[in-house]
Write a protein that binds this ligand. Structure first.
Ligand code: FMN
Length: 444
């Protein structure tokens, strides 16, 4: 007779606790021994009577129960699997930082790291997309937590997006897979074992930055985000995991409403983009970056009107009847920092150069300037996609590109669709190098 497997089942405070009851019930029916541990918040969503009724065992939520003071060690040693579903943003942070101020977090620290642990985050879409939550998730992934990526749909709060806890049958499938596979610390997590290119993660920046003048006015550029949206769609269609940093008003990828493989984070100003880019490159391991956001070369330094100086501010509305002087300052060149932010001089970066001149030689030189070497003597970018405004006819859908590589090769592409497809091919061939060497390792 095979030994009954022991599952520690943690619940934290989310509406999705009701779905966890279905999972627990199915585990009991499948003859697993289940010990439920819950936070105080979780017990506001489902009652102890339900959980004890389902498992036949008292729920543990208190670390300091007389006669059970060492349960956090005993239960951790006895368990074959630890599942936390739902996992709140609060506990994602606590676990990522090794906090142990309640029973669940103490139990996680006491649980041997070679044993499997599965977590199913659940929360509002904006909470899920918060860079700090993503950084904490990245930290858990690095410690071999199996993260059941939240689904996309209408959330309990009424908003739509990624954040729904996976459905009971998905969680059960992950539990069964984990308990039947060899318990190695390096076995791939369910969300990583997707087919095709899912282990390849690409960061795409697109749309144009907007620099604040006052509460109703800004400096913008003509970028629509169209090319970036198509590139994201092409990558998702080929099975890549994509994080898209996009301007607030950019055209969004068509897959945005349907693909859990695509995560979108908005930005407004160049400074905003710089910060989001830095945080995202620290939080995730990317196989490539496609940087086509059109960044303002200047930000507003200060404003002068009626002999007074002002700083640009949301709270200001300048008079339209007085002459106004806007003093600009050069903006930071974000492109120069991508490999540095990723702590990986070998991270493949594809940059874009838009020119507006019929002088093809000068255009080529302007594009090739981007291959400039950085302090580590590696090129700041590995490919440059050049396009020229004078050759684009948007009404007829004509948009030629020239793809240049750091080793001097060039290829012409006649449309945005062709370009998007070509980029998926380039990235498909890159992971062999960047996955195997795993150089894009942030400090986490
Ligand atoms: C109705 C309601 C629903 C909530 N749903 C979630 C949720 O799905 N995910 C989440 O991270 N926090 C959610 N919260 C907030 C958490 O319950 C709160 O941060 C709590 O302190 C988390 O405690 P715990 O992580 O110790 O269980 C919700 C709060 C309320 C009142």
């Amino acid at each position: 007779m095979t030994k009954q497997k022991k599952i520690l089942f943690g619940l934290t405070g989310s509406i999705a606790c009701y779905k966890a009851c279905t999972v627990i019930s199915a585990l009991i029916k499948a003859n697993y021994e289940v010990q439920v541990v819950a936070t105080d918040s979780a017990l506001k969503f489902v009652g102890e009577a339900t959980l004890e009724g389902l498992t036949g065992k008292p729920v543990i939520s208190n670390s300091f129960l007389r006669g059970h003071m060492m349960d956090h060690i005993r239960l951790a040693r006895e368990a074959d699997l630890f599942v936390i579903a739902p996992l709140t943003s609060h506990h994602i942070g606590a676990l990522a930082h090794g906090l142990a101020d309640d029973f669940i977090s103490t139990l996680v620290l006491a649980y041997e790291p070679h044993k499997p642990i599965i977590v199913a985050p659940a929360m509002n879409v904006v909470m899920w997309q918060a860079p700090i939550v993503q950084q904490n998730i990245a930290a858990l992934r690095q410690r071999n937590f199996k993260i059941l990526w939240p689904n996309e749909g209408v959330l309990a709060c009424g908003e739509e997006g990624v954040g729904k806890m996976q459905e009971p049958e998905q969680i059960l499938a992950a539990i069964n897979a984990s308990l039947t596979e060899a318990p190695t610390a390096t076995s791939p997590s369910p969300e990583l074992s997707r087919p095709t290119q899912a282990n390849t993660k690409v960061l795409v920046t697109f749309g144009g930055t907007r620099e604040l003048i006052d509460g109703v006015r800004s400096l913008a550029n003509t970028s629509t985000g169209h090319t970036g949206a198509l590139i994201c769609d092409a990558l998702v269609a080929k099975g890549f995991d994509v994080v898209g940093l996009h301007s607030q008003d950019a055209e969004l990828p068509k897959t945005a409403g349907a693909a859990s493989r695509l995560q979108l984070l908005p930005f407004t100003t160049a400074q905003d983009l710089d910060q989001t880019l830095r945080e995202t490159l620290v939080a995730h391991k990317f196989n490539a970056v496609i940087h086509l956001a059109a960044i303002s070369d200047f930000a507003v330094d200060h404003l002068e009107t009626k002999g007074e100086k002002y700083q640009p501010s949301e709270n200001l509305k300048l008079s339209s009847t007085e002459p106004l002087t806007i003093v600009l300052k050069p903006a930071k060149k974000i492109l120069h920092s991508i490999k540095e932010y990723a702590h990986n001089p070998m991270l493949p970066v594809i940059a874009f150069k838009l020119t507006k001149s019929k002088d093809q030689e000068a255009n080529l030189q302007a594009a090739q300037k981007l291959f400039l070497k950085n302090q580590a003597s590696t090129p700041m970018v590995d490919f440059v996609v050049h396009n020229d405004e004078t050759e684009i006819d948007r009404t007829r859908g004509e948009h030629p590109f020239r793809l240049l590589s750091a080793d001097g090769r060039g290829e012409s592409l006649s449309s945005t669709t062709d370009l998007a497809l070509k980029l998926t091919e380039i990235i498909r061939d890159l992971p062999k190098l960047s996955n195997s060497t795993d150089l894009n390792k942030g400090p986490l």
